[in-house]
Design a protein around this ligand. Structure first.
Ligand code: ADE
Length: 234
């Protein structure tokens, strides 16, 4: 899969994509991520990318021209891609959405900054608007990284265990149960006996029960959604 990222701050992306699973996915040719500086698509000597909002109000709004030019240039060079504007007004990222984005061959992620992005980007350029949660960040760069990570986990071959993405929290509608590793006892806290029993059916059942218990205590709304007929988890 190819992901192009349009941003005013390309430097933000240097570290997170170069380690661990994402780095390996890139090395294996399963994922290719290119970061593009929006300023390069801004016209004029000063390469202005933002202006005060029409109608007044504080702050600056990102201009449409560099964003349209950037997406169009990427599409011309690398073929059509689904353009996604990261914004707090977007559809909330869920496993279902991440999985469906992973099925796209090519994504173009547009990172907004400042007080917002000219509405014409959402209305006439982006194919979708995605939010990573009901909080406002200083820009779309961290959300874009979250989308890359969440999507990459669903690309075949990226996770060592192909079942892992499915088994993780949320995919099955409940939180994951607790995990333990060595030592068997740490500072007086033992690992639950069942995990040492070698009885795989009992372990599986225990994990599921713990997951349900956790979900009930921490995220009861997830269970309610799961139990609602036709109401998927996501
Ligand atoms: N930009 C600022 N906050 C955001 C959020 N929560 N999700 C996506 N993009 C954003």
């Amino acid at each position: 899969m190819r992901i192009d990222i349009l941003t005013l701050f390309p430097g933000i992306f240097a570290g997170p994509l170069d380690h661990s699973i994402l780095a390996r996915a890139k090395e294996a040719g399963l994922l290719s991520v290119a970061v593009h500086d929006l300023r390069e698509y801004a016209g004029g000597r000063h390469r202005v990318t933002d202006e005060p909002p029409y109608g007044g109000g504080g702050g600056m709004v990102m201009k449409p021209e560099p964003i349209f030019a950037g997406v169009e240039a990427i599409r011309e060079r690398f073929g059509p891609g689904k353009a996604i504007l990261l914004s707090p007004q977007g559809e909330i990222l869920t496993p279902r959405l991440a999985r469906s984005l992973a099925a796209e061959g090519h994504l173009i992620l547009i990172c907004g900054r400042y007080e917002g992005v000219d509405q014409r980007v959402a209305d006439h350029l982006a194919d979708a608007e995605v939010s990573i949660g009901d909080y406002v960040l200083t820009g779309g760069e961290l959300p874009a990284l979250v989308v890359v990570d969440a999507v990459a986990r669903f690309l075949p071959g990226v996770l060592g265990d192909p079942e892992a993405a499915r088994k993780d929290s949320f995919e099955e509608g409940i939180l994951e149960g607790p995990q333990y590793t060595r030592p068997r006892e740490f500072r007086g806290h033992p690992v639950p006996d069942v995990l040492l029993s070698g009885n795989h059916a009992a372990i599986e059942e225990w994990r599921r029960e713990e997951g349900v218990r956790r979900t009930l205590a921490r995220r009861p709304a997830l269970l309610k959604k799961k139990l609602t007929p036709g109401g998927g988890v996501e």
